[in-house]
Design a protein around this ligand. Structure first.
Ligand code: CP
Length: 321
C-alpha cells in the first residue's frame, strides 16, 4: 500500500487473528480503515499491489467454503503473495495425519502465514502452539469467524457512516453461529446496540459472560428485534452442527423468524444482511434476498478488501499514513 504521509502509526496489538473478543476499537478501526484503502486498489484497472511479495500464505481448509476461501485467495493474489491451497479431502488427513503434523509438515516447506478453517472450536489457537507462522482464523466450529464480522462491520459503516449507536439485530441460530459470536464482540466494542433473536433452543445460555455494558438485548420475538432496528443480520440454521431437532419445522421457523417483504414494508429504513450461504425461503424470503435493501453481495465484495487488510497488517509490515 502506498503511504500518503511519512507518519508511521501503531499497527495491531496481536500477532494472530483468532477472534475479535480481545480486539480493541482502535485495532478494529485500523483494520476497517486499511480495508477502505485496499478497496481503492480493487477499483483500479490493475487490481494488484506488490505489498506481500515474498510472503507465502497457506489456505488450510478442513471445512467447505465458497466466500471465505475464494476471497482469501483473491486477497493474497491482489497483494502479490505466493499462495498454496490445502483441502482436507484428498490430503493425508484421510490417512490419519493429525492437524499438528499436517501444519508442521507444511511449515517445514517455509511458509509465513496460515489461514485456517476447521470444524473444531479452538483449532486456530492450537496451531499457534504448533507452528511459528501467523495464524488467521477463517472460521472454527461454532466459536468465531472474525473476518466475516469485520467485513460485516465495514458494510455497516459504509451504509451509515458509523457503527456507534446503531441498533443491530442478529436473528436465527445464534447458538451454533461463529458469525454471531464474532459480530457480538466486534459490534459491542464499536459501540453498537446488539439484539439477538431466535427460538429459545437456538439462543446461547451463557450470554451473561459476554461483556455487554447494557448494549446487548435478547428476545425470541422477531417483532421486538425489528422495532427501531437499523440492521437485521439473518443467520442460516446450521443443521450440520445440531445433534437433534431444535425447532418444530422449517416452515414454522420461516413464519416466526424469517424476514419477509411485509417486514421491509413496515420498517422503511431497515437494512438486511446475511453472511451466506442463504437458504432462500427459510431465514429470508427469496424477494428479500434480491431486494435493494439487502446488502448481501456488498458484504461479499468487502470480504476481499477486509482480508487484504488483515493479511497486510499481520504480515509485520509497518503501517504508514
Ligand atoms: N460466510 C461464509 O463464511 O461463507 P462460506 O462458508 O462460503 O465461506
Amino acid at each position: 500500500m502506498e503511504p500518503t504521509t511519512e507518519q508511521t502509526i501503531t499497527g495491531l496489538d496481536h500477532r494472530h487473528l483468532l477472534g475479535l473478543s480481545d480486539f480493541s476499537a482502535r485495532e478494529l478501526n485500523l483494520i476497517l480503515e486499511t480495508a477502505r484503502r485496499f478497496r481503492d486498489v480493487l477499483d483500479r484497472p490493475i487490481r494488484r499491489v506488490p505489498t506481500l511479495r515474498g510472503i507465502t500464505v497457506v489456505n488450510l481448509f478442513f471445512e467447505s467454503s465458497t466466500r471465505t476461501r475464494i476471497s482469501f485467495e483473491l486477497a493474497e493474489k491482489r497483494l502479490s503473495a505466493d499462495t498454496v491451497n490445502f483441502s482436507a479431502s484428498g490430503s493425508s488427513v484421510s490417512k490419519g495425519e493429525s492437524l499438528k503434523d499436517t501444519a508442521q509438515n507444511i511449515e517445514a516447506m517455509k511458509i509465513d502465514m496460515v489461514v485456517v478453517r476447521h470444524q473444531s472450536p479452538g483449532a486456530p489457537h492450537f496451531l499457534t502452539q504448533c507452528v511459528d507462522a501467523v495464524i488467521i482464523n477463517a472460521g472454527d466450529g461454532a466459536h468465531e469467524h472474525p473476518t466475516q464480522a469485520l467485513l460485516d462491520m465495514l458494510t455497516i459503516s459504509d451504509q451509515f457512516g458509523k457503527i456507534e449507536g446503531l441498533n443491530v439485530s442478529i436473528i436465527g441460530d445464534i447458538l451454533h453461529s461463529r458469525v454471531a459470536r464474532s459480530n457480538i464482540h466486534g459490534l459491542l466494542t464499536m459501540g453498537a446496540n446488539v439484539t439477538i433473536c431466535g427460538p429459545k433452543p437456538l439462543l446461547p445460555v451463557h450470554l451473561d459472560k459476554i461483556t455487554s455494558n447494557g448494549q446487548l438485548r435478547i428476545t425470541n420475538r422477531l417483532d421486538e428485534a425489528l422495532e427501531g432496528c437499523d440492521v437485521a443480520m439473518a443467520l442460516r440454521i446450521q443443521m450440520e452442527r445440531q445433534g437433534r431437532n431444535l425447532f418444530p419445522s422449517i416452515r414454522e421457523y420461516h413464519d416466526q423468524f424469517g424476514i419477509q417483504m411485509h417486514h421491509l414494508d413496515s420498517h422503511k429504513d431497515l437494512i438486511v444482511m446475511h453472511p451466506g450461504p442463504v437458504n432462500r425461503g427459510v431465514e429470508l424470503a427469496s424477494e428479500v434476498v434480491d431486494h435493494e435493501r439487502a446488502l448481501i453481495l456488498n458484504q461479499v465484495t468487502n470480504g476481499v478488501a477486509v482480508r487484504m487488510s488483515v493479511l497486510f497488517l499481520l504480515s509485520g509490515q509497518s503501517v504508514t499514513e
